[in-house]
Design a binder for this molecule. Structure first.
Ligand code: SAM
Length: 236
Protein backbone atom coordinates (compact mmCIF):
# COMPACT_ATOMS: atom_id res chain seq x y z
CA UNK A 1 0.00 0.00 0.00
CA UNK A 2 1.56 3.27 -1.09
CA UNK A 3 1.59 6.42 1.06
CA UNK A 4 0.68 9.72 -0.50
CA UNK A 5 3.91 11.63 -1.11
CA UNK A 6 4.28 15.29 -0.15
CA UNK A 7 5.19 16.06 -3.78
CA UNK A 8 1.88 14.56 -4.93
CA UNK A 9 -0.09 16.57 -2.36
CA UNK A 10 1.77 19.72 -3.40
CA UNK A 11 0.81 19.08 -7.02
CA UNK A 12 -2.80 18.60 -5.93
CA UNK A 13 -2.57 21.94 -4.08
CA UNK A 14 -1.53 23.66 -7.30
CA UNK A 15 -4.63 22.50 -9.19
CA UNK A 16 -7.37 22.05 -6.59
CA UNK A 17 -9.12 25.23 -7.72
CA UNK A 18 -9.57 23.69 -11.22
CA UNK A 19 -11.25 20.51 -9.97
CA UNK A 20 -14.74 21.82 -9.28
CA UNK A 21 -14.92 20.53 -5.70
CA UNK A 22 -14.91 24.04 -4.19
CA UNK A 23 -18.49 24.58 -5.31
CA UNK A 24 -19.64 21.67 -3.12
CA UNK A 25 -17.61 22.77 -0.08
CA UNK A 26 -20.26 25.09 1.43
CA UNK A 27 -22.78 22.23 1.41
CA UNK A 28 -20.33 19.81 3.04
CA UNK A 29 -19.28 22.40 5.63
CA UNK A 30 -22.92 23.10 6.51
CA UNK A 31 -23.23 19.52 7.86
CA UNK A 32 -20.20 20.18 10.06
CA UNK A 33 -21.71 23.43 11.41
CA UNK A 34 -24.89 21.55 12.33
CA UNK A 35 -22.82 19.07 14.32
CA UNK A 36 -20.48 21.66 15.87
CA UNK A 37 -23.46 23.80 16.92
CA UNK A 38 -24.51 20.92 19.20
CA UNK A 39 -21.08 20.69 20.92
CA UNK A 40 -19.25 22.90 23.38
CA UNK A 41 -15.64 23.62 22.47
CA UNK A 42 -12.92 26.21 22.97
CA UNK A 43 -10.30 24.78 20.64
CA UNK A 44 -10.40 22.95 17.31
CA UNK A 45 -7.69 21.33 15.20
CA UNK A 46 -8.43 20.95 11.46
CA UNK A 47 -6.31 18.14 10.00
CA UNK A 48 -5.63 18.30 6.27
CA UNK A 49 -6.84 21.90 6.40
CA UNK A 50 -5.98 22.42 2.72
CA UNK A 51 -6.42 26.00 1.53
CA UNK A 52 -8.00 27.00 4.85
CA UNK A 53 -11.52 27.76 3.60
CA UNK A 54 -13.19 25.72 6.33
CA UNK A 55 -11.07 27.24 9.12
CA UNK A 56 -11.78 30.72 7.87
CA UNK A 57 -15.52 30.06 8.09
CA UNK A 58 -15.15 28.49 11.56
CA UNK A 59 -13.18 31.46 12.86
CA UNK A 60 -16.04 33.77 11.92
CA UNK A 61 -18.79 31.48 13.20
CA UNK A 62 -17.27 30.52 16.57
CA UNK A 63 -15.51 33.76 17.47
CA UNK A 64 -14.49 32.74 20.98
CA UNK A 65 -12.69 29.53 20.04
CA UNK A 66 -9.07 28.90 19.10
CA UNK A 67 -8.29 27.24 15.75
CA UNK A 68 -5.27 25.59 14.15
CA UNK A 69 -4.89 23.80 10.84
CA UNK A 70 -2.23 21.29 9.87
CA UNK A 71 -1.54 19.81 6.45
CA UNK A 72 1.03 17.44 4.99
CA UNK A 73 1.37 19.74 1.95
CA UNK A 74 3.57 22.81 2.51
CA UNK A 75 1.97 24.38 -0.58
CA UNK A 76 -1.50 24.08 0.99
CA UNK A 77 -0.30 25.51 4.29
CA UNK A 78 1.09 28.55 2.48
CA UNK A 79 -2.29 29.13 0.77
CA UNK A 80 -4.11 28.69 4.10
CA UNK A 81 -1.84 31.14 5.93
CA UNK A 82 -2.16 33.67 3.11
CA UNK A 83 -5.95 33.57 3.51
CA UNK A 84 -5.63 34.47 7.22
CA UNK A 85 -5.79 31.26 9.22
CA UNK A 86 -3.26 29.73 11.59
CA UNK A 87 -1.82 26.67 9.82
CA UNK A 88 1.33 24.58 10.10
CA UNK A 89 3.06 22.00 7.91
CA UNK A 90 3.65 19.56 10.78
CA UNK A 91 2.56 16.07 11.88
CA UNK A 92 0.14 15.39 14.74
CA UNK A 93 2.95 14.13 17.01
CA UNK A 94 4.69 17.52 16.77
CA UNK A 95 1.76 19.24 18.46
CA UNK A 96 2.26 20.01 22.13
CA UNK A 97 -1.20 21.34 22.98
CA UNK A 98 -4.55 19.58 23.37
CA UNK A 99 -7.77 20.39 21.55
CA UNK A 100 -11.44 19.82 22.39
CA UNK A 101 -12.27 18.80 18.84
CA UNK A 102 -10.53 17.76 15.64
CA UNK A 103 -12.04 17.86 12.16
CA UNK A 104 -10.89 16.52 8.77
CA UNK A 105 -13.03 17.66 5.86
CA UNK A 106 -13.20 16.44 2.25
CA UNK A 107 -11.80 12.93 2.48
CA UNK A 108 -8.54 13.52 4.34
CA UNK A 109 -8.95 10.20 6.20
CA UNK A 110 -9.25 8.34 2.86
CA UNK A 111 -5.69 9.51 2.10
CA UNK A 112 -4.25 7.35 4.91
CA UNK A 113 -2.94 3.90 4.04
CA UNK A 114 -4.28 1.08 6.24
CA UNK A 115 -0.86 1.05 8.01
CA UNK A 116 -0.91 4.81 8.63
CA UNK A 117 -4.55 4.75 9.69
CA UNK A 118 -4.10 2.92 13.05
CA UNK A 119 -1.09 5.05 13.94
CA UNK A 120 -2.98 8.23 12.99
CA UNK A 121 -5.92 7.48 15.31
CA UNK A 122 -3.59 6.52 18.16
CA UNK A 123 -1.59 9.75 17.85
CA UNK A 124 -4.74 11.81 17.51
CA UNK A 125 -5.99 10.48 20.86
CA UNK A 126 -3.03 12.13 22.56
CA UNK A 127 -3.93 15.62 21.31
CA UNK A 128 -7.72 15.42 21.76
CA UNK A 129 -9.00 15.85 25.30
CA UNK A 130 -10.86 12.96 26.93
CA UNK A 131 -14.51 13.02 25.80
CA UNK A 132 -13.46 15.26 22.91
CA UNK A 133 -14.52 14.50 19.33
CA UNK A 134 -13.03 13.79 15.94
CA UNK A 135 -15.43 14.69 13.13
CA UNK A 136 -14.52 13.71 9.58
CA UNK A 137 -16.02 12.61 6.28
CA UNK A 138 -14.98 9.67 4.15
CA UNK A 139 -15.98 8.67 0.64
CA UNK A 140 -18.25 5.65 0.41
CA UNK A 141 -17.52 2.88 -2.07
CA UNK A 142 -20.10 4.44 -4.42
CA UNK A 143 -18.32 7.80 -4.05
CA UNK A 144 -14.96 6.30 -5.03
CA UNK A 145 -15.94 3.61 -7.52
CA UNK A 146 -18.71 5.36 -9.45
CA UNK A 147 -18.48 9.11 -8.98
CA UNK A 148 -14.75 9.74 -8.93
CA UNK A 149 -13.44 7.44 -11.69
CA UNK A 150 -12.69 8.29 -15.31
CA UNK A 151 -10.79 11.02 -17.12
CA UNK A 152 -10.83 14.69 -16.29
CA UNK A 153 -9.25 17.63 -18.13
CA UNK A 154 -9.17 21.29 -17.09
CA UNK A 155 -7.14 24.34 -17.98
CA UNK A 156 -6.70 28.04 -17.52
CA UNK A 157 -4.27 30.48 -19.10
CA UNK A 158 -1.22 29.04 -17.26
CA UNK A 159 -2.09 25.45 -16.42
CA UNK A 160 -3.31 22.34 -18.20
CA UNK A 161 -4.22 19.32 -16.08
CA UNK A 162 -5.34 15.78 -16.89
CA UNK A 163 -6.42 13.27 -14.25
CA UNK A 164 -7.06 9.57 -14.87
CA UNK A 165 -8.74 7.80 -11.96
CA UNK A 166 -9.38 4.11 -11.26
CA UNK A 167 -10.90 2.10 -8.43
CA UNK A 168 -10.45 -1.55 -7.51
CA UNK A 169 -10.91 -3.50 -4.26
CA UNK A 170 -10.88 -0.57 -1.86
CA UNK A 171 -8.05 1.31 -3.59
CA UNK A 172 -8.66 4.46 -5.60
CA UNK A 173 -5.82 5.89 -7.67
CA UNK A 174 -5.63 9.23 -9.49
CA UNK A 175 -2.85 9.98 -11.95
CA UNK A 176 -2.25 13.69 -12.28
CA UNK A 177 -0.36 15.28 -15.20
CA UNK A 178 0.17 19.01 -14.97
CA UNK A 179 1.62 21.37 -17.58
CA UNK A 180 2.49 24.75 -16.02
CA UNK A 181 3.48 27.72 -18.13
CA UNK A 182 6.87 29.20 -17.24
CA UNK A 183 7.48 32.18 -19.55
CA UNK A 184 7.30 30.64 -23.07
CA UNK A 185 7.64 26.99 -22.00
CA UNK A 186 5.54 24.45 -20.15
CA UNK A 187 6.89 22.45 -17.19
CA UNK A 188 5.42 18.94 -16.99
CA UNK A 189 4.93 17.16 -13.67
CA UNK A 190 3.23 13.86 -12.89
CA UNK A 191 2.13 12.42 -9.53
CA UNK A 192 -0.22 9.75 -8.17
CA UNK A 193 -2.66 10.21 -5.32
CA UNK A 194 -4.25 7.26 -3.53
CA UNK A 195 -7.40 6.97 -1.47
CA UNK A 196 -8.33 3.94 0.62
CA UNK A 197 -11.89 2.85 1.36
CA UNK A 198 -12.86 2.96 5.06
CA UNK A 199 -16.23 2.09 6.51
CA UNK A 200 -17.94 1.66 9.86
CA UNK A 201 -16.33 -1.77 10.43
CA UNK A 202 -12.88 -0.15 10.43
CA UNK A 203 -13.87 2.64 12.81
CA UNK A 204 -15.63 0.22 15.19
CA UNK A 205 -12.31 -1.58 15.74
CA UNK A 206 -10.33 1.51 16.80
CA UNK A 207 -9.33 1.27 20.42
CA UNK A 208 -10.17 4.23 22.66
CA UNK A 209 -12.58 5.74 20.15
CA UNK A 210 -16.34 5.27 20.20
CA UNK A 211 -18.65 5.95 17.25
CA UNK A 212 -21.04 8.61 18.51
CA UNK A 213 -22.93 9.25 15.26
CA UNK A 214 -22.69 8.54 11.53
CA UNK A 215 -24.35 10.77 8.97
CA UNK A 216 -24.59 9.42 5.40
CA UNK A 217 -24.81 12.21 2.83
CA UNK A 218 -25.43 12.72 -0.89
CA UNK A 219 -23.09 15.65 -1.51
CA UNK A 220 -23.35 15.34 -5.28
CA UNK A 221 -27.09 14.60 -5.21
CA UNK A 222 -26.82 11.21 -6.92
CA UNK A 223 -28.97 8.14 -6.21
CA UNK A 224 -26.73 6.69 -3.48
CA UNK A 225 -24.80 8.11 -0.51
CA UNK A 226 -21.36 9.27 -1.66
CA UNK A 227 -19.96 10.25 1.77
CA UNK A 228 -20.39 9.51 5.44
CA UNK A 229 -19.60 11.93 8.23
CA UNK A 230 -18.33 10.21 11.39
CA UNK A 231 -18.37 11.67 14.87
CA UNK A 232 -15.97 9.71 17.04
CA UNK A 233 -15.54 10.31 20.75
CA UNK A 234 -12.20 9.93 22.55
CA UNK A 235 -13.20 7.64 25.43
CA UNK A 236 -9.71 6.74 26.69
C1 SAM B 1 -9.21 16.94 -0.55
S1 SAM B 1 -8.15 17.96 0.38
C2 SAM B 1 -9.27 18.72 1.53
C3 SAM B 1 -8.77 20.02 2.06
C4 SAM B 1 -9.67 20.75 3.05
N1 SAM B 1 -9.91 19.97 4.25
C5 SAM B 1 -10.96 21.22 2.45
O1 SAM B 1 -12.03 21.05 3.06
O2 SAM B 1 -10.92 21.82 1.35
C6 SAM B 1 -7.28 16.80 1.42
C7 SAM B 1 -6.17 17.47 2.18
O3 SAM B 1 -5.59 16.54 3.09
C8 SAM B 1 -4.19 16.74 3.12
N2 SAM B 1 -3.58 15.51 3.64
C9 SAM B 1 -3.53 14.30 3.07
N3 SAM B 1 -2.95 13.40 3.89
C10 SAM B 1 -2.63 14.07 5.02
C11 SAM B 1 -2.02 13.70 6.25
N4 SAM B 1 -1.60 12.44 6.48
N5 SAM B 1 -1.85 14.63 7.21
C12 SAM B 1 -2.27 15.91 7.00
N6 SAM B 1 -2.84 16.32 5.84
C13 SAM B 1 -3.03 15.41 4.86
C14 SAM B 1 -3.85 17.09 1.68
O4 SAM B 1 -2.59 17.74 1.54
C15 SAM B 1 -5.04 17.99 1.30
O5 SAM B 1 -4.78 19.33 1.60
Amino acid sequence: MESNKKEALNLYAKVEDLLGIKEYAPKLYSYYYEILDTLEFNSLLDIGCGSGDFLLKLQKRYENSRFLGIDKSSQMVKVARDCGVDALNIEIEQLNIEFDIATATFDMVNYLTPQEYIDFFNKLKSVIKKDGYFIFDVNTEFGLSDLAVGNFIAQDSNRFITIESFYENGLYESNFTLFERVENCYNKSQERIFQYLYSRDFFKLLSGWEIDRVLPIKLYEMEKFDKEIYILKNVD
